[in-house]
Design a protein around this ligand. Structure first.
Ligand SMILES: C[S@@+](CC[C@H](N)C(=O)[O-])C[C@H]1O[C@@H](n2cnc3c(N)ncnc32)[C@H](O)[C@@H]1O
Length: 254
């Protein structure tokens, strides 16, 4: 049953999501106006409700819906790439991750979700103005208690602890490899996210030079399929290229 503090969305008949956090009060919902959120307390996830004569389905906001409804600043990592990153980093509850930079916090959300409830994500970000949006997005998710946001340059920051995984989404991640090597445990996993092929080469070479093993570079192409009465075909709105991912594991030569 849904209760106070749950982050939910009301799905309308045009598949538009209207977000709110449930509390026993009237709340302003973007696109709908003022709604009596107290009516949602005790309702079942997935049930329908009538508001001003219109039918909506009430769903708890999962990580995939949250990622696609963020308050956005710079280019975000979308769910298809975030899922691949989380899997290649082998993240699970209790893991510690170092991330840079925060952007809008889309990848941060996926990392937090993967390591919750006992892990932590340390995010290093250069620019405070980006972090404001990200902070709002993470606070909304309820995962902020395991998030440690720090301002600085990941090329020189001292995080003061070791981590199981590092992920860098920034223009020149190869320049941060010497510094992050001080914190990534042996056997730990690295992921880099870059939009251009020349950056893939610079990052791969940087990892190779520092003894990283199991190097893989890849790109995800995903197409949604539309099913209409007249036929079935890929959507015209599919994203083209998003970014390349580079993965590796920290090997120690003895
Ligand atoms: C493309 S955005 C990251 C988007 C983010 N992964 C997301 O999914 O929303 C790149 C971020 O890296 C930050 N950045 C760039 N160089 C950095 C550095 N040397 N140290 C820390 N952050 C850096 C930028 O300020 C920016 O916020």
């Amino acid at each position: 049953m849904l209760g106070e503090g749950d982050l939910v969305y009301l799905l309308d008949d045009r598949r538009k999501r209207h977000w709110l956090t449930i509390r026993n009060d009237m709340v302003n919902v973007q696109g709908l106006g003022v709604v009596d959120a107290g009516r949602l307390i005790g309702t079942e996830d997935g049930s329908s409700i009538k508001i001003a004569g219109r039918e909506f389905f009430v769903f708890k906001g999962g990580i995939i819906e949250q990622m696609s409804s963020l308050d956005r600043g710079p280019q975000i990592i979308t769910a298809k790439d975030a899922a691949t990153i989380v899997f290649h980093l082998d993240l699970g509850a209790g893991d510690a991750v170092l991330e840079a930079g925060v952007g809008s916090g889309a990848l941060t959300l996926a990392l937090l979700h993967a390591v919750a409830p006992s892990g932590k994500v340390i995010t290093v970000e250069l620019r405070e103005e980006f972090a404001q949006k990200a902070r709002k997005n993470i606070e909304r998710s309820g995962l902020a208690s395991i998030w440690d946001l720090r301002f600085g340059d990941v090329k020189e920051v001292d995080i003061g602890s070791t981590v199981d995984a590092v992920v860098l989404d920034m223009p020149d991640p190869w320049l941060a490899l010497d510094n992050i090597g001080r914190f990534l445990r042996p056997g730990g996993r690295f992921a880099g996210y870059v939009p251009n092929a020349n950056q893939v080469a610079d990052l791969m070479n940087g990892l190779r030079d520092r003894g990283y093993q199991e190097l893989v570079a890849l790109e995800n192409i995903q197409r949604t399929i539309e099913v209409h009465a007249g036929g079935v075909r890929p959507s015209f709105e599919n994203l083209g290229h998003t970014g390349y991912m580079v993965f590796g594991r920290r090997g120690i030569r003895r």
